[in-house]
Design a protein around this ligand. Structure first.
Ligand SMILES: [Zn+2]
Ligand SMILES: [Zn+2]
Ligand SMILES: [Zn+2]
Ligand SMILES: [Zn+2]
Ligand SMILES: [Zn+2]
Ligand SMILES: [Zn+2]
Length: 427
């Protein structure tokens, strides 16, 4: 194991620092990192790792790769400014033209929003956008896996179905002067508090609405209202026993499941999406990733190239890591002992019985696990033998992670050098 550790800390020994020889796969990571022009992604850049395909196959794979990259690009542009997921039944705010899911925008207005959720500009209306919907439809025809889950769509449909225009209340309509203090001092009812709510379940001990019954309103100074906690994502109150409420078994945070359904929830451990890591681009931009490799940028770039070439997503890696943890005799206990998960105080604390194993996890705890396990995942992945021999046969620096050269190997310098060599090789 110790030997393997040093392997992951290794860097090019046969080529001195800085490198004099560029392997073709480097180009992809470079163009990805700097969003260089697509022309960098030419034939040889696709010839990576064990490449035994015929030239025809390479061409085909490349087309598929470009198509999915285009789909990724478009999907990124069509992200909702509220939930950061692919738009669903999009609306466009006027006049700033920011775009959101209809349900996200309507919830924002219902929660007292009087401005655009993204730029906070005074806004009058948000209207359904037919051109956007057409682009979305085209995207989903070509990349159906990008669609929001059926559950998310159903939840959004409960909030906003019609293609109707919604109006932002003017700031004065929503918060008359005297109410400003009230909302800071008293708890607001949760979505389930009203007996006639749309969610089909109502609170046994509802929070009195301070706007209606100030006498019985719950003062925030008195702690959490009976039977309620705060959502770890949207921070509104939630009912502990509502069917939509979930709790992370690691940080004990509660989630409402209503505000932004995909984000306001703890999910079964293998199904969660690590917060902030949607695609390989997020790994490339994360300083945490470089940090957990002791800033060994060479090894990180080999890994990122590999992840790109294998079409792996951070979620996939997270799932691999979880699977590996579950195969260990003590499972998640070592991670809990490391105090990797910060226990929340936004809800009643739960006696953590060490004999029961955790089932649900929130997005931020999933992110902790991903970063914690990434380096060991890579060590295991290297053993699968999918890397080029030239990389596998490199010798470890005898100094391992203690080698001073590896942190001097700044990402920027390295990228620049690669670019220079690339230009030379093209001439
Ligand atoms: Zn949204
Ligand atoms: Zn805006
Ligand atoms: Zn309630
Ligand atoms: Zn929430
Ligand atoms: Zn958590
Ligand atoms: Zn060295």
């Amino acid at each position: 194991m110790i030997e393997d550790e040093s392997k992951a800390d290794s860097h090019s020994q046969d080529s001195e620092h800085p490198p004099t020889r560029i392997s073709s796969h480097r180009i992809t990571a470079l163009s990805l990192k700097r969003s260089a022009s697509p022309s960098f992604e030419d034939q040889n850049s696709r010839k990576r790792f064990k490449d035994s395909e015929e030239p025809m196959d390479i061409q085909c794979k490349e087309d598929v790769g470009l198509e999915s990259k285009l789909a990724d690009d478009i999907a990124q542009e069509l992200e909702c400014g509220c939930c950061s997921e692919l738009l669903y039944k999009p609306v466009m705010v006027s006049p700033c033209q920011h775009i959101f899911c209809g349900s996200c925008c309507l919830l924002w207005i219902r929660n007292g929003g009087t401005t655009c959720p993204a730029c906070r500009a005074i806004s009058k209306t948000a209207s359904p956008s037919r051109p956007l919907q057409l682009v979305l439809d085209a995207l989903l025809r070509n990349a159906p896996h990008k669609a929001r889950t059926e559950r998310e769509r159903a939840q959004a449909d409960e909030i906003y179905t019609s293609g109707s225009t919604m109006r932002f209340p003017s700031p004065r309509e929503i918060s008359p002067e005297p109410n400003v203090n009230i909302s800071a001092e008293y708890a607001r009812p949760c979505p389930h508090c009203s007996p006639n709510n749309v969610y089909g379940w109502s609170c046994p001990s509802p929070i009195p609405d301070p706007a209606i019954d100030l006498e019985r309103a719950w003062r925030l100074d008195d702690g959490l209202p009976t039977g309620h906690a705060q959502c770890g994502n949207c921070e509104t109150f939630l009912a502990l026993r509502a069917p939509s409420t979930t709790r992370c078994d690691f940080c004990q945070t509660y989630f409402c499941g209503v505000g932004v359904p995909a984000r306001c929830s703890a999910a079964p451990i293998p199904l969660q999406q690590p917060q902030g890591y949607t695609d390989v681009g997020d790994l490339i931009q994360s300083s945490d990733v470089y940090e957990c490799f002791n800033s060994n940028t060479v090894e990180v770039e080999i890994m990122l190239d590999y992840i790109t070439a294998q079409g792996l997503s951070p979620r996939h890696i997270y799932r691999d890591i979880v699977k590996h943890i579950l195969e260990q005799p003590r499972q998640f206990r070592p991670l809990i002992e490391l105090e990797l998960f910060v226990v929340s105080h936004m809800g009643p604390s739960v006696d953590s019985d060490s004999s029961t194993s955790p089932h649900k996890i929130c997005r931020s705890c999933a992110c902790e696990i991903l970063i914690w396990g990434l380096k060991d995942w890579w060590i295991r992945e290297r053993k699968k033998g999918l890397l080029e021999d030239s990389i596998m046969n490199r010798q470890d620096c005898p100094e391992g992670s203690g080698c001073a050269m590896q942190s001097e190997f700044g990402l920027f310098n390295y990228g620049l050098l690669t670019l220079v060599f690339l230009l030379i090789s093209l001439l």
